[in-house]
Design a protein around this ligand. Structure first.
Ligand code: ASP
Length: 608
């Protein structure tokens, strides 16, 4: 037997008993004729005390950091207790020991505050994983996994595995492909998600399915993306949107309770996509704080039932506002006393290429009730007050205004809103706010191809009241400049996203389950009959054999863990992540393969 106890488990109650521990040497400290060793394993750290005799053995064969050690001895009370660790009251008086394996000097210290940079830690990830900080994250991940499984099991969901070697089922990203040796010239694709399989399982009658599953998307990696990531993937039959929202609100609340001990008693707020875009500038608003946008102009026909406050800026002959497609303002609490330097810095911030604005206008709502602005020349104090009031600014607030093209400006002000909230400490890691965003547009306009693409995926059903609009109108966009006036632009989907603290943590939809409507949807996306059958013949076929109404959702498991762990980075919650270039620097993958493998696959490279 290698050990009787772990390094995290012994307390004063066990004083006097004989134990054997095994683990890694964290530190070796010599004090004259005796030596203290901190021994570490997954469960904690225990102090070992080597007396005079064994000390001599150690002098001849010194222990190094990360040596694997087995040691036997008696649990004793420490004279110098360490209140910072659970085993801090005891130490083991060692009677015999054995080095089970030596270790090279690790390239960085295996400590919470390590001296290892990111790249080095990724290269030696197996050592990085020994660090407490990383271990805590993986423990949290496992706790989320368990909580999700418990809840779903209680709700009679069945975990059913689906294949990884499949045919390409486009969901908006590029596929990873795998050549088939047995079928030369043919390729599998790795699933972007199990979407069509889970729908087929509904046709098969497994009316509550889930899987915690890897998905693969060959996308250009933005900051916090991984080419392979994990979803909690779920599907239900005989449900309407309301059933899904309730069931999965329950899932997330149950995870909150089990993992964080948080009782999220309130109902999850709901907001339409249009409201989210109008009031917050994006479709995943952080609602831990208010700071809503004031829309000083309504662009085109995107926002059908919204009224702008254009009267407040019109007639002042201020060209920047007059000529802009969109003018948006936020009131930042308590910042009216910003200095010139600070407003200049903010202006530079919005001009950075990532934000892309040409400038920024501000109104200071001074505590004494006066108003001062960077556009004093154009607007009377009365007008400035009216704008500030409409933006819900109070005395002491600073109103920031951006103007420009619709999409860019809305995105920019939503970034500015988050930035200001971060600066003001309004985005706390330990505060959690959930939100359902509903009624997304069914289609998105693809400028390059002058065509419609599915905003979610092609299996999402339109709002029942708008099916007619979809069926009765030609998808062709005659006039690209006027695409917003095409009837398809206003069709909304039975789709929903769950948002947590400004992050999309899950998304799904009620599906199309009739062959004719699914064919119509594919056609709307520009797929002719032949392509439909080639790509999705199996699904269209299945819909002819009693497909029940169904819908589902998938949660981004890595991201959910990161948010619950108070981190920005999903990488910290993945045992073996890829870097920003999609590389595994530990394996040095991707890599070339042997000529023999190419020959077997009958593949010749033609690298440009
Ligand atoms: N398969 C979808 C996705 O990965 C989720 C869903 O519609 O259930 O986004």
């Amino acid at each position: 037997m290698y050990r009787t106890h772990t390094c995290g488990e012994l307390r004063l109650e066990q004083k006097g008993i004989n134990v054997t521990l095994a683990g890694w040497v964290q530190t070796v400290r010599k004090f004259g004729a005796i030596t203290f060793v901190d021994l570490r394993d997954r469960y904690g750290i225990t102090q070992l005390l080597f007396g005079e005799e064994l000390n001599k053995v150690l002098e001849e064969n010194p222990l190094g950091r990360e040596f694997v050690l087995q040691a036997t001895g008696t649990v004793s009370e420490r004279s110098n207790k360490n209140p910072n660790i659970p085993t801090g009251d005891i130490e083991i008086l060692i009677s015999s020991f054995q080095v089970l394996n030596k270790s090279a000097v690790p390239p960085f210290t295996i400590q919470d505050d390590t001296d290892g940079g990111d790249d080095l830690r990724m290269k030696y990830r197996f050592l990085d994983l020994r660090r407490n900080a990383v271990k805590k994250n993986l423990e949290l991940r496992y706790a989320v996994n368990r909580a999700a499984r418990n809840y779903l099991h209680q709700q009679q969901f069945m975990d059913i595995e689906t294949p990884f070697l499949i045919k390409s089922t486009p969901e908006g990203a590029r596929d990873f492909v795998v050549p088939s040796r047995m079928n030369p010239g043919q390729f599998y694709a790795l699933p972007q998600s199990p979407q069509t399989f889970k729908q087929l399982l509904m046709v098969s009658g497994y009316d509550r399915y889930y899987q915690i599953v890897k998905c693969f998307r060959d996308e250009d990696l933005r900051a916090d993306r991984q080419p392979e990531f994990t979803q909690i993937d779920c599907e239900m039959a005989f449900v309407e949107q309301e059933d899904i929202l309730n069931m999965f609100e329950g899932l997330i609340k149950s995870i909150f309770k089990d993992v964080k001990g948080i009782d999220y008693a309130e109902a999850v707020q709901r907001m339409t996509w249009e409201d989210a875009m109008w009031h917050y500038g994006n479709d995943k608003p952080d609602i831990r704080f208010d700071m809503r946008l004031l829309n000083l102009k309504k662009p085109g026909t995107v926002y059908t039932d919204k009224t702008d406050s254009a009267v407040l800026i019109n007639g002042a002959d201020f060209k920047v506002f007059d000529e802009a497609e969109t003018v948006l303002a936020i009131a930042v609490p308590g910042c009216s006393e910003y200095s010139r330097k600070q407003t200049d810095e903010l202006t530079e911030w919005v001009k950075r290429p990532q934000i892309g604005m040409k400038g920024m206008v501000f109104i200071k709502c001074n505590p004494d009730g006066s108003y001062k602005s960077s556009v004093d020349k154009f607007y009377t104090e009365e007008k400035l007050k009216a704008i500030a009031d409409a933006a819900n600014a109070k005395a002491g607030d600073l109103v920031l205004i951006l103007a420009g093209a619709e999409e860019r400006t809305r995105k920019a002000i939503s970034e500015l809103r988050l930035e200001m909230a971060s600066r003001l400490g309004m985005r706390k890691d330990d505060e959690f706010k959930l939100l359902w965003v509903l009624d997304f547009p069914l289609f998105e306009y693809d400028e390059e191809g002058n065509r419609w693409v599915a905003r979610h995926h092609p299996f999402t059903s339109p709002k029942p009241s708008q099916i007619e609009t979809m069926i009765n109108n030609n998808p062709v966009i005659e006039n690209a400049a006027d695409y917003l006036n095409h009837p398809y632009a206003n069709i909304k989907a039975n789709a929903y996203d769950m948002v947590l603290n400004g992050n999309e943590i899950g998304g799904g939809s009620i599906r199309i389950y009739q062959r004719e409507l699914q064919e119509k949807m594919f056609a709307a996306l520009g797929m002719d009959k032949e392509e439909q059958l080639h790509k999705f013949g199996f699904l269209l076929g299945a819909f002819e054999y009693g497909a029940p109404p169904h819908g589902g959702i998938a949660f981004g498991f890595d991201r959910l863990c990161a948010i619950l762990g108070g981190s920005e980075s999903i990488r910290d919650f993945i045992a073996f992540p890829k870097n920003n270039a999609g590389r595994d620097v530990m394996l040095d993958a991707p890599a070339t393969i042997d000529q023999k493998q190419f020959t077997e696959l009958q593949i010749k490279l033609d690298l440009k």
